[in-house]
Design a binder for this molecule. Structure first.
Ligand SMILES: C[S@@+](CC[C@H](N)C(=O)[O-])C[C@H]1O[C@@H](n2cnc3c(N)ncnc32)[C@H](O)[C@@H]1O
Length: 376
């Protein structure tokens, strides 16, 4: 069981908050697609020949790919990898790219899960974010995709910006429910340093994100999604009827994945590696037959810490049996000792051998997992 992540490092416009690797110079697109196809071949043995269960086109904005480019990449995957029959194929798309014609092409290409970057249903906020679409386009593209038979749609939303108050956030969420999508990802706005927003913040033009307000939004998000029948299977991810992302769940369960394209990360169970985050340098290196990456071997402590960090964010939780088998008694005892406090103050619950965060604990997920980390 493995997954393939394909990073498409192009966007038509730069969103003010985004620090993912991308360029707005689309003239490299053709060469990039050729390089991506070549890297798919070069990396064919990375996951030890395990069947590919998920293919994820992330970005950037993968919906900038032409139909031919998308099909060329998918053909490379099926040529060089064993792809499971029931593979999940996700494409991140921006609403302004999702015309009826393009939706049809995506469906024909085999995309069976659309991840639509809606972010907000407030026109003013979208403009501030420098998004390239309107609220009407968001609503129309979801309906068009549903009409063309997409039955696994997820949308991204962001909460906590200065444009929102709790009623606006409630309204955003209600609009998402009204669209009858199967899955919602909702992220707290973070101000990253190398972004326009980070720059404004540094100059004092932009206020910090108000933690108390973000917490209020997150509490409403957890309660309201639950009322509407969504399951919070990861801190920021909510799915109905088991429409959980196969691809992202693989990350959280510690399965292997191959990351293709500039800045993409790969994991083989023990090592993590990440490709260079520079489009021309990536293309040049791949053309000469070399994947340009840096690599880190994870120590036992790193593996344990990652296990806690990822699993505590999910409904699958941390399993004592896994800790004992994988890491040994020392780690087990330390976990048992250090979690007593969270159990007694209602931030964690124990169900047989599995520990998960309660709603109260989820508000402090990052702090709790870092307090449980073993020092290197
Ligand atoms: C790789 S991006 C998706 C890109 C997609 N082309 C788009 O623009 O919608 C994945 C998601 O992460 C979220 N995100 C990115 N930067 C963020 C930030 N600084 N704070 C909060 N959420 C962020 C957004 O919801 C975004 O849709």
């Amino acid at each position: 069981m493995s997954g393939i992540y394909i990073h498409i490092p192009f966007c038509r416009k730069a969103c003010i908050y985004c620090d993912f690797h991308f360029s707005t110079q689309l003239e490299y697109k053709e060469k990039m697609v050729q390089a991506i196809c070549k890297e798919i071949e070069l990396q064919k043995d990375y996951a030890g020949g395990e069947a590919v269960e998920s293919i994820y086109f992330g970005g950037g904005t993968p919906s900038v790919l032409s139909n031919e480019e998308l099909n060329a990449i998918l053909n490379s995957v099926t040529k060089d990898h064993i792809v499971s029959e029931k593979v999940e194929i996700t494409l991140e798309a921006n609403p302004d790219d999702l015309t009826e014609e393009r939706i049809k092409e995506f469906k024909q290409a085999g995309i069976n899960r659309l991840s639509i970057g809606i972010q907000s249903f407030d026109e003013e906020e979208l403009k501030w974010m420098n998004r390239s679409h309107t609220v009407d386009q968001s609503v129309a593209c979801v309906k068009a995709a549903q009409n063309k038979g997409f039955d696994n749609i997820t949308i991204d939303l962001i909460y906590g910006s200065k444009f929102q108050d709790i009623n606006k956030w409630k309204n955003n969420l209600q609009k998402a429910f009204d669209l009858n999508v199967q899955h919602i990802s909702a992220y707290n706005l973070t101000i990253e340093s190398k972004t326009v927003l980070g720059n404004w913040f540094g100059k004092g033009i932009e206020p910090a994100v108000n933690d108390e307000f973000s917490q209020q939004c997150f509490e409403w998000l957890m309660e309201e999604t639950e009322r509407k029948g969504f399951i919070q299977y990861e801190i920021s991810n909510f799915g109905t009827n088991h429409h959980f992302a196969v691809h992202n769940s693989n990350y959280w369960k510690g399965n292997k994945y191959i990351g293709i394209g500039p800045s993409a990360h790969s994991y083989d169970g023990k090592n993590r590696q990440w490709n260079i985050a520079n489009n021309p340098q990536y293309i040049k290196s791949i053309e000469s037959g070399i994947v340009p990456f840096e690599k880190e071997e994870l120590s036992i402590n790193d593996q344990y810490n990652e296990y806690l960090l990822t699993r505590l964010r999910t409904m699958w939780g941390v399993d004592l049996n896994y800790i004992e088998k994988q890491f040994g008694e020392k780690y087990l005892n330390s976990f048992l000792e250090n979690t007593k406090e969270y159990i007694s103050n209602g931030e964690m619950v124990k169900n047989n051998s599995v520990y998960t965060l309660t709603k109260k604990g989820k508000l402090l997920a990052d702090r709790i997992s870092s307090e449980l980390f073993e020092e290197n």
